[in-house]
Design a protein around this ligand. Structure first.
Ligand code: SF4
Length: 354
């Protein structure tokens, strides 16, 4: 584990953020918040998948009023996302949000922020100052030239001055951009400049496969530098895939233990078994059953036995059959048609013996 930035430790609901090795996973509901029952169901499913906290949009009074019911029926911290109307931020705090996110690009008047701060102090509510490249404070950047990282930093600074004036410290910062290099630079400057926990993400990162590449490209350099206390991988669609993506990225960077390692070969002209189909089925089983083993599914004997030997368990294909390896030892040969069930049986035996 490489050294992580020692940011300020902030309590948000029943968990802590910052000043720890753990990078928390978060996502955002994609249902209108006033539909409380559906939101509760979605948040609880996200929590089961591994979300440490969830955010909901507060667009009107009905959304803010739904917070009370939602809070009673979930077990992870809830963040209310508020834009334009500071009164909705006050309502979200009053109704029990553990944190609110305000955007300096559209809530920036000192007298309004002071009211939010006063109420947040009374309720121990965390405030995330969340800059987004799509809605920067117009006095700082008016979209008349390419955005740069300092525009985002100036936007944070301007709002932080108000928070400092009213002695409010229960803060998380984010500086999300859709441009990867600008975002990385902004977070690097922020991590040097502030000791508040940082929520990191590439915003508006597009549909699944594009977001996965864009977010990995943007978040990995930061995470490897020890920057980032919580992450979101923004994918157009529902939040479930975002949480799984966060787990996969953090796991591959050595920052998340509770996830399987699936190794499978790309297949080539030598492949004589259906590696792709088997790998997908096995990954689904491992994820659904929370099995954190390392499993290799390889097409042939060129790299197969080597990778399969290094994994906890693995198979390497031949003509219509596989060889099964366990902790480096060949156990048996399996017909391709029996491969999935035999592998799962062996995985379960390993889990029961652990
Ligand atoms: S492990 Fe074998 S089948 Fe798979 S890509 Fe490598 S050489 Fe091809």
């Amino acid at each position: 584990m490489y050294k992580r930035n020692q940011t300020k430790k902030i309590k948000i609901g029943n968990i802590y953020i910052g000043h720890q090795d753990k990078v928390l996973i978060q996502s955002m509901c994609n249902i209108k918040t006033s539909k409380a029952s559906q939101i509760i169901k979605q948040i609880n499913k996200c929590a089961l998948l591994g979300a440490d906290m969830m955010r909901v949009s507060i667009m009107d009074k009905k959304d803010a009023d739904a917070i009370k019911k939602i809070k009673k029926n979930i077990s992870i911290p809830l963040i209310g996302d508020v834009h334009f109307d500071y009164k909705l931020a006050l309502l979200a705090i009053k109704n029990g949000c553990d944190a609110i996110r305000i955007n300096p690009g559209n809530i920036s008047k000192e007298e309004e922020i002071k009211q939010i701060i006063d109420l947040a102090k009374k309720n121990n509510t965390v405030i995330r100052i969340g800059v987004n490249s799509g809605s920067i404070d117009k006095q700082i950047y008016d979209y008349d030239r390419p955005l740069n990282e300092l525009d985002m930093i100036h936007s944070i600074d301007k709002q932080l001055n108000i928070f400092k004036k009213y002695q409010f410290d229960n803060i998380v910062l984010s500086l999300k951009g859709s441009n990867i290099l600008t975002t990385i630079n902004a977070y690097r400057i922020a991590s040097e400049k502030y000791d508040y926990p940082l929520h990191i993400g590439i915003t508006e990162a597009s549909i699944n496969e594009i977001s996965l590449i864009r977010s990995s490209a943007g978040l990995s350099p930061l995470l490897l530098d020890g920057i980032g206390d919580t992450i979101r991988i923004s994918i157009s669609g529902n939040p479930y895939q975002e949480i799984v993506a966060c787990k996969r990225l953090l796991h591959d960077l050595g920052l998340y233990d509770n996830y399987p390692t699936l190794i499978s070969c790309p297949t080539c002209g030598r492949t004589m078994v259906d590696v792709t189909k088997l790998a997908k089925k096995v990954l689904t089983y491992l994820e659904n059953n929370n099995i954190k083993l390392s499993v290799a599914i390889m097409g042939c004997v060129v790299n197969g036995p080597g990778e399969a030997k290094n994994a906890d368990i693995g198979i390497a294909g031949g003509k219509g059959q596989y060889v099964l390896f366990k902790k480096g030892n060949i156990i048996k040969k399996i017909n391709e048609k029996d491969a999935y069930l035999t592998l799962i049986e062996e995985i379960n035996k390993m889990m029961n013996n652990n």
